[in-house]
Design a binder for this molecule. Structure first.
Ligand SMILES: [Cu+2]
Length: 260
């Protein structure tokens, strides 16, 4: 039943996606829904959101309906002598058990999703993310203690090429192969930042002296944009994130070029 109702919401959001957007991983003018899910985590978050939407709508309709019914049925003009009833055991049992059932129905998928978000299953590769004032540094640990390291800066308005996105484009995006499970180790070099990419369902605090973990897996080639999401100083809004998903061959080529 819930599956069918969430299905209706999904059809509706798919229509708006179709009308307003062509590509994944970026925001659109007049967008009111989520960006399209591009990772298993974001799919899980959207399913959770749709389930909650149905439950909260049902609860709101039920409570409003009961209120209207009570206001009408027990109005003063029809009930000159008010009822003195105070307790009804059956009713009290129902209105205790019903919210408990609601909470259990919400809790099970919620805890399952939290566990999934927390740790990747058998990651194929690892990227270390370091938030700095006001750019991101990335490190790819490789075999034999080698690594690739580079900084990723915003492309300023005056340097934007046509079709590039303002405040989201960077000079050096993260490059990853499609269909690879990527483990992210997130930390910071100065103050607290937050590594957030909406279409991947990622938002991890980057805290100096601490390593937080998250992961993603992208199945479609393209560029996925995000931004720092923790107020970190005057240029907090100018340290975007871009993740470029390419096929395996292209990724290996990039890797070789970066190492030389
Ligand atoms: Cu920041």
């Amino acid at each position: 039943m819930i599956r069918y109702i969430t299905g209706i919401f999904l059809i509706f959001s798919n229509i708006t996606d179709y009308v307003f957007s062509q590509e994944m991983g970026r925001p659109y003018p007049y967008q009111y829904n989520f960006q399209k899910a591009a990772s298993p985590i974001m799919e899980g978050i959207m399913n959770m959101h749709n389930l909650l939407l149905v439950i909260i709508a049902a609860v709101a309709i039920l409570v409003t309906g009961l209120l209207i019914y009570v206001v009408y049925k027990f109005r003063a003009s029809k009930n000159p002598i008010p009822s003195k009833t105070t307790h009804n055991t059956m009713l009290e049992v129902i209105w205790t058990i019903f919210p408990i059932i609601c909470i259990i129905v919400i809790m099970i998928p919620s805890v399952r999703l939290m566990k999934e978000v927390d740790k990747p299953q058998n990651p194929d590769m690892t990227i270390k993310v370091i938030g700095k004032q006001w750019y991101w540094s990335y490190e790819y640990p490789l075999e034999n203690n080698k690594k690739i390291a580079f900084d990723s800066h915003l492309i300023e308005d005056k340097d934007l090429k046509p079709n590039q996105l303002r405040l989201l484009e960077v000079d050096e995006p993260i490059v990853v192969p499609v269909d690879a499970t990527v483990q992210l180790l997130v930390t910071a070099g100065d103050v607290i930042h937050s590594f957030a990419v909406p279409s991947l369902g990622i938002k991890k605090d980057a805290v100096p002296g601490r390593i937080n973990e998250t992961w993603f897996r992208i199945s479609k080639k393209g560029t996925y944009y995000g931004q720092c999401s923790e107020l970190c100083g005057i240029k907090h809004g100018y340290m975007p994130i871009a993740i470029k998903a390419v096929d395996k061959a292209e990724y290996n080529e990039w890797l070789l070029k970066k190492q030389s």
